[in-house]
Write a protein that binds this ligand. Structure first.
Ligand code: FAD
Length: 273
C-alpha cells in the first residue's frame, strides 16, 4: 500500500515528529511505501493568492473558485500544487498529522488543503443539477482510498469528552474528517488523538507509540467512520436535507450524518493522565 503523510509541525525534534517516525517505521516494516510532505521543511506557501494562477491576466479580478477551476482544467496549477496532487493520486491512504492549534489544524496545513484541493479535483466534481449534487461525500476523485488524522492535543481527554468544556473531539474534528476528507471521497478512519501532550515523558511516549503502531498495523482493516453517502438515498436532493425518518431518536448535530451514530467510533485516543 502507498501511504502519504502530510505533516505540519515546525520542529524536527517535536513530539509530533517522533510519533510520525514511529508511524513510518511501522508502516515500512509491514511492507508499505511511505512518502511524507513535511510542510515546514518544504516551506509550503499556505495563502491562496494571485501567484497561484499564473495564467490570470494582471487586471483580471481574482475569483478563487473560478481561477482554481480554470487552472486545474488547463493544467496550469503551480508546480508545488501539481506535485501534491500527484502524491494524492499515488497514495492509497492519506494521513494528515498535526498538533491541535486553536481547536483545529495549523494554518500551514489548512493552506495546503486550500491550495491542493482544487476545483475539478476535490470539489466541483460530477454532475450538478436538481437531481444530483455532484460526486462528493463518499464519491469523487479520491473515492476508494482511505484517510485518517494523527493529532496531538495539549488538553486532557476528559475536556474533550461528550460533556467536556472543549466540546467533543469528534465534533471538533468533524469539519476536517467529513468536510475535507469525506467530501472528495475518502473512506475516513477514526482519528488517532493523543492528549495531555505538554506533560509527556518517556513512559507516556512509549504507551502512545504502541497505540499508534497498532493503528498503523490495522490501517487496511480498520472500519471507516460510517458517514452517510450523499447519493445513497438518505438525503433529499437538491435541498440536501437528511430525510426526517432517518434522524433517529438520539442523534443530533453532526452525529446525524452517521449511519449508526450509537455504534460508531470516530476517534481512538492515547490518554495520558
Ligand atoms: P512538543 O512540544 O514537541 O512536546 C510536548 C512534550 O513532549 C514536551 O514535554 C517534550 O519534552 C515531550 N516529548 C517530545 N518528544 C518526546 C519523545 N520522543 N519522548 C518523550 N517525550 C517527548 N491544545 C489543545 O488541546 N487545544 C488547543 O486548541 C490548542 N491550541 C494551541 C494553539 C497553539 C498556537 C499552540 C502552540 C498550542 C496549542 N495547544 C492546544 C497545545 C498543543 O496541542 C500541544 O502543544 C501539542 O499538541 C504538543 O505536540 P508537539 O508535537 O508540539 O509536542
Amino acid at each position: 500500500m502507498n501511504v502519504l503523510i502530510v505533516f505540519a509541525h515546525p520542529e524536527p525534534k517535536s513530539l509530533s515528529a517522533s510519533l510520525r517516525d514511529v508511524a513510518i517505521q511501522e508502516l515500512e516494516a509491514a511492507g508499505h511505501t511511505v512518502r511524507v510532505s513535511n510542510l515546514h521543511a518544504m516551506r509550503w506557501k499556505s495563502a491562496v493568492d494571485r501567484t497561484d494562477f499564473p495564467s490570470l491576466a494582471p487586471d483580471e479580478r481574482l475569483i478563487p473558485v473560478a481561477a482554481s477551476k480554470q487552472a486545474f482544467s488547463t493544467d496550469t496549477l503551480t508546480d508545488d500544487v501539481k506535485a501534491e496532487i500527484e502524491k494524492l493520486l499515488w497514495a492509497d491512504t492519506l494521513i494528515l498529522q498535526f498538533p491541535l492549534w486553536w481547536f483545529s489544524m495549523p494554518a500551514i496545513l489548512k493552506g495546503w488543503v486550500d491550495r491542493v484541493f482544487a476545483y475539478g479535483f476535490a470539489y466541483g466534481v460530477g454532475e450538478h443539477s436538481d437531481k444530483r449534487w455532484g460526486d462528493r461525500y463518499g464519491e469523487g476523485t479520491l473515492a476508494g482510498k482511505r484517510a485518517m488524522l494523527i493529532v496531538t492535543a495539549g488538553g486532557w481527554e476528559e475536556h474533550y469528552a461528550p460533556r467536556g468544556i472543549n466540546g467533543p473531539i469528534d465534533d471538533l474534528l468533524f469539519p476536517i474528517n467529513h468536510g475535507i476528507l469525506y467530501y472528495p471521497g475518502y473512506n475516513v478512519l477514526p482519528s488517532f488523538v493523543t492528549y495531555s501532550t505538554d506533560r509527556f515523558d518517556d513512559v507516556r511516549f512509549e504507551a502512545a507509540a504502541e497505540s499508534l503502531r497498532d493503528r498503523m498495523r490495522t490501517l487496511e482493516t480498520t472500519r471507516p467512520i460510517p458517514y452517510r453517502r450523499q447519493n445513497g438515498g438518505d438525503y433529499h436532493i437538491p435541498a440536501m436535507q437528511l430525510r426526517a425518518e432517518l434522524s433517529g431518536s438520539s442523534a443530533s448535530g453532526f452525529a446525524l450524518h452517521l449511519k449508526d451514530a450509537a455504534a460508531s467510533t470516530q476517534s481512538s485516543s492515547r490518554k495520558s493522565a
